[in-house]
Design a binder for this molecule. Structure first.
Ligand code: C2E
Ligand code: MG
Ligand code: MG
Ligand code: MG
Length: 280
């Protein structure tokens, strides 16, 4: 009797929950297949030295070729993180990016660096430095050519094993950048305890800095801070020339964004690299 009285909405809610779970499980199954079948590709976005308008490096950004679709990272990285599959995907990304960067060095593009995004999950097993070093060794890449991007959220619980692994890699010359800087954890204390080399100013501040004074002040403050702390800075999400000029006037050294190029497949990046200097 009581059962028959239950409102229908309850029933629908259960069905929705159920289908959300099924979708998530499907995605996990598809990701496992994607790993086995090599369905991932790294795209590369140029990092540009503002003063000379030259490419000094690239950020590797993962894409998933699922059938005829290209799936962007935001659509699968969170599930890859929850399921632990990010460990394998992330390891592949590091190996692939190192191999590509080693190739750039060999064909005369000396000093062009590569940046790879890391998930906090990749620090959990404790073997991150081991496979990073192996990846570097296998292709003979100088650790100084590799930059690993982490976010402020990694430091929320101030874990020793995280700091320790970063330290081991930084000792060997691997560089660390704080991605999306300014959007996360507001306690900056962590910056003084570990060897970051770069702050990447989040694009949410950069994209509107010409229209919005507040955003411009934030960008300016981050640039000043990076200089005082002897860190490099990169502005993300630079979409037009005026923003690039303004950033440079404020003391920003590097930029990334659609103004120069969206992330592109490795062959296309190589062509950009060969042109080397963007016509100013
Ligand atoms: P992110 O590391 O902050 O990367 C910057 C994102 O901004 C990229 O999106 C890039 O395509 C986009 N972008 C670059 N320039 C512009 C611009 O001028 N305007 C606008 N509107 N967007 C721009 P994407 O490739 O979709 O990547 C999204 C996020 O996914 C990345 O943010 C990163 O957190 C994550 N991600 C990408 N590849 C990997 C990976 O291999 N491993 C892990 N763990 N995360 C990854
Ligand atoms: Mg990044
Ligand atoms: Mg270094
Ligand atoms: Mg970012």
């Amino acid at each position: 009797r009581a059962k028959e009285d239950e409102p229908n909405s309850h029933h629908f809610y259960d069905k929705e929950m159920e289908s959300a779970i099924v979708r998530r499980l499907d995605l996990i199954t598809d990701l496992k297949t994607a790993i086995e079948q090599n369905e991932f590709e790294l795209y590369y976005q140029p990092k540009v030295h503002l003063a000379t308008n030259t490419i000094v490096g690239a950020e590797a950004l993962i894409r998933w070729h699922k059938g005829n679709e290209i799936i962007p990272p935001n659509a699968f990285i969170p599930v890859a993180e929850e399921s632990g599959l990010i460990n394998e995907i992330g390891k592949w990304a590091i190996e692939t990016a190192c191999r590509e960067c080693a190739r750039w060095q060999k064909i005369g593009m000396k000093g062009v660096t590569v940046a790879v995004n890391l998930s906090p999950v990749q620090f959990k097993r404790g073997n991150l430095p081991t496979y990073v070093f192996r990846a570097l060794q296998q292709c003979g890449l100088d650790p100084n050519m590799l930059e690993l991007e982490i976010t402020e959220s990694l430091f929320i619980d101030n874990a020793d094993h995280v700091k320790q692994q970063i330290h081991v890699m930084a000792e060997k010359g691997v560089n660390f950048a704080i991605d999306d800087f300014g959007t996360g954890y507001s306690n900056l204390n962590y910056l003084s305890h570990f060897n970051a080399s770069t702050l990447k100013i989040d694009m949410s501040f950069v994209r509107q800095m010409l229209q919005n004074k507040q955003q411009q002040h934030i960008v300016n403050a981050i640039i000043k801070m990076s200089r005082v702390m002897d860190l490099e800075n990169v502005a993300e999400g630079v979409e037009d020339e005026q923003t690039a000029r303004e950033l440079q006037a404020q003391g920003c050294v590097y930029g990334q964004g659609y103004f120069w190029s969206a992330p592109v497949p490795r062959d296309k990046f190589l062509r950009l690299l060969k042109q080397h200097t963007y016509a100013a």
